[in-house]
Design a binder for this molecule. Structure first.
Ligand code: ADP
Ligand code: MG
Length: 385
């Protein structure tokens, strides 16, 4: 039985009627462009085969019933009129936040019954939260015939996470989950949300992309993220631009000089400006068919996140070091940092050697064994049945 059928069956058992439909939305991996999305910059995620799958039925009585097979406890029932940002510390804040954001934007959503199950690992930097938000948003968009476009759904989901849940994330995760296409990476300009699908079919070229989940959990809405964000804003203000995106790569040295003894801000600015440049380099290389050459750019990006932005951790650094020593084409942490996952670009023939090297390095360091899997660029959110 497929996942959609299973989730529909569980819905029926739970609520006593069949759902109106089943939708799925993926988690994502960011190929390059980290901590750029709240600086109006560039990102380049692709969707994972791992998805949140939700069976949903409409209601007309302003009641929202939520159930996740991945969380202990029964159905949670919420009144739409009582939805209030910041009041829910549980997982239900994500789907409830989406309903809140839709209604606040004037969309006539009058309730829903939801049952969901997800194969996206949580807290691994693979955006299980965006998958959860986007699957609900797409389902309600279809069921209530709201006619919203994918990028608009992503915006509403971001608002749900920022305002309702209270996690200050950028727009990348939700856009990736909503807009990615199989066999492609999504080159997204987070300033105007313009996007381009860049062919990214590694298997056809004899390569693989591994995700190494360090199983170290990050606290994403925690203080460190907010500090980096505030530091970037300070840098933009000191340099007299709207966002760090506006600092041209060629003007980087002059800009850093202008920041004088603001050492921390200088580091943050240098990462963001060079990272935007790395995204553009990766796009150019992929368009030129020079896929192997993106490897060193990924590794360079890791060094920048580790040394300048300082959001890596010993486990992530070890993945990159061990994978590259074992012959990877390149590797970097992905996602917000402080744990979560790293990605490794490798020749198909080297995958086993590299996986073993990373596992052995983790064992030798006394770290918990990492979870390694292959990431195939997959489809974005869709209706399943
Ligand atoms: P990430 O998005 O990197 O996985 P977050 O901390 O942003 O990490 O989001 C993880 C949270 O999303 C979980 O703690 C939980 O509240 C919610 N979540 C994700 N997947 C599910 C699920 N299948 N069922 C219920 N809640 C989920
Ligand atoms: Mg998240």
């Amino acid at each position: 039985m497929g996942a959609a059928q299973q989730v529909a069956g569980a819905f029926e058992e739970l609520y006593g009627t069949a759902p109106d439909g089943v939708w799925a939305a993926p988690g994502r991996v960011n190929l390059i462009g980290e901590h750029t999305d709240y600086n109006d910059g560039f990102v380049m995620p692709f969707a994972l085969p791992h998805v949140a799958t939700a069976a949903v039925a409409r209601r007309t009585d302003n009641v929202l019933r939520l159930h996740s097979s991945d969380v202990e406890g029964g159905v949670v029932e919420l009144s739409l009129d009582a939805l209030e940002p910041g009041t829910d510390q549980e997982w239900t804040a994500y789907p409830a936040g989406v309903v809140w954001a839709l209604r606040e934007a004037g969309h006539p959503v009058t309730g829903a019954d939801v049952h969901l199950a997800s194969t996206v690992p949580t807290g691994a930097g693979l955006s299980s939260s965006a998958a959860l938000e986007v699957v609900i948003a797409l389902a309600l968009n279809d069921l209530y015939e709201l006619g919203l476009q994918r990028w608009q759904l992503a915006r509403l989901c971001q608002r749900a996470e920022n305002v309702y849940v209270g996690a200050p994330t950028g727009i990348m995760d939700q856009t990736a989950s909503a807009c990615c296409e199989a066999g492609h990476a999504l080159f997204l300009d987070t300033r105007d949300l313009s996007q381009k699908q860049i062919p990214f079919d590694l298997a056809a070229e004899g390569m693989r992309l591994l995700v190494v989940d360090t199983q170290v959990k990050h606290a994403h809405s925690g203080g460190e993220y907010g500090k980096r964000r505030a530091g970037c804003e300070k840098g933009a203000a000191l340099l007299g631009v709207d966002a760090l995106r506006d600092i041209a790569y060629d003007d980087l040295d002059a800009s850093l000089e202008r920041l004088g003894d603001e050492e921390e801000v200088r580091r943050l600015v240098r990462h963001v400006v060079t990272e935007d440049h790395r995204v553009e380099r990766v796009v150019a290389l992929l368009r030129a068919g020079d896929t192997r050459a993106i490897g060193p750019v990924l590794t360079e990006g890791h060094a920048s996140l580790r040394d300048d932005f300082q959001v890596s951790c010993p486990e992530l650094d070890l993945v990159v070091e061990a994978a590259n020593s074992a012959g990877a084409l390149g590797a970097r942490m992905t996602g917000g940092g402080f744990g979560g996952s790293a990605i490794v670009l490798a020749e198909a023939a080297d995958v086993d050697t590299i996986t073993k090297a990373v596992e052995e390095a983790f064992a030798a360091a006394g770290f918990k064994a990492p979870r390694v899997f292959e990431a195939v660029p997959s489809a974005g959110a869709r209706q399943e049945s």
